[in-house]
Design a protein around this ligand. Structure first.
Ligand SMILES: [Zn+2]
Length: 165
């Protein structure tokens, strides 16, 4: 039986259903139909603008962003779907905290909704370090269907790794 690492925390009957869909080649087409829209956020510059725009709209009071970049070395699961680093930087005479957001390169070619979901996740970490209730409240404030998107992203990552061509 194939281990489904992106769905490890989910009930076995659900995992069995996903294995069945994978085996029948139905998972990929189902996701492609549900999420047909690609995005045009190709470069780090474009990613920065995309993140900043969402931040301005929803989290204007949060700490400034120092840097936003795609990172080819990031493993999606190992870093809890993304990573967020506090960077201390000397500005004049005082030390000012600013934040860096890295997004795994796999999201460059992901459907538009999944890029939004991961960016929302990382932005929520500007205010909440832990994955607690307040954290998920911020996520659903920025993307109302956040929980569905996160689940479907797990399906998409599973399909990408195990679904063959
Ligand atoms: Zn997180």
């Amino acid at each position: 039986m194939t281990a489904l690492k992106y769905l490890a925390g989910y009930p076995e009957p659900l995992q069995a259903k996903v294995r069945e869909m994978l085996g029948q080649g139905r998972l990929g087409p189902m996701l492609a139909e549900k999420y047909p829209q690609a995005h045009a956020v190709r470069s780090d510059r474009q990613l920065y603008e995309y993140v900043q725009e969402l931040k301005d709209r929803h989290l204007r009071q949060s700490v400034p962003l120092a840097r936003v970049a795609y990172d080819g070395k990031l493993q999606v699961m190992k870093h809890a779907l993304g990573t967020h680093t506090a960077v201390s930087r000397v500005q004049g005479s005082r030390l000012k905290a600013s934040r860096e957001i890295r997004i795994a390169t796999v999201f460059r070619d992901a459907p538009a909704e999944f890029l939004k979901m991961i960016v929302v996740h990382e932005l929520a970490h500007l205010k909440e370090a832990e994955h607690n209730k307040a954290f998920y409240a911020l996520c659903t404030h920025m993307a109302a269907d956040y929980h569905q998107l996160e689940f479907d992203l797990r399906l998409w990552l599973t399909q990408r790794e195990q679904g063959g061509a």
